[in-house]
Design a protein. Structure first.
Length: 105
């Protein structure tokens, strides 16, 4: 995947997350700027989802820690745990917003 293809893919991922949150009843403010999606929760927590083009990864910074996801051709999987990005984000968002946000398709 070229850097341009990677960035376009990440843009779609960020928009998918943002659109799912916007369509939900979750108390989450979203800001998307230059491949960085910031989620601000009503409980004061912040979660950041960002593209790392050099490593071809999506990084998630959460109060519970940092996570790195690599695309395997089908899914974004955590480089340490093997968790899938959208499933993990769903749990993180639910933990702070108190509601489920359907991210999986």
């Amino acid at each position: 995947m070229t850097e341009q293809e990677f960035r376009a893919h990440c843009e779609r991922v960020m928009r998918r997350i943002e659109d799912a949150i916007d369509a939900s009843d979750a108390d989450v403010d979203t800001t998307l700027r230059e491949s960085v999606l910031e989620l601000e929760f009503g409980d004061g927590a912040t979660l950041v989802v960002s593209a790392n083009a050099a490593l071809r990864q999506i990084w998630v910074a959460a109060p519970s820690g940092g996570f790195h996801y690599r695309h395997d051709g089908t899914h974004w999987t955590d480089t340490r745990s093997g968790d899938e990005l959208f499933a993990a984000l769903g749990r993180l968002i639910a933990g702070h917003a108190g509601v489920q946000v359907p991210l999986a398709r």
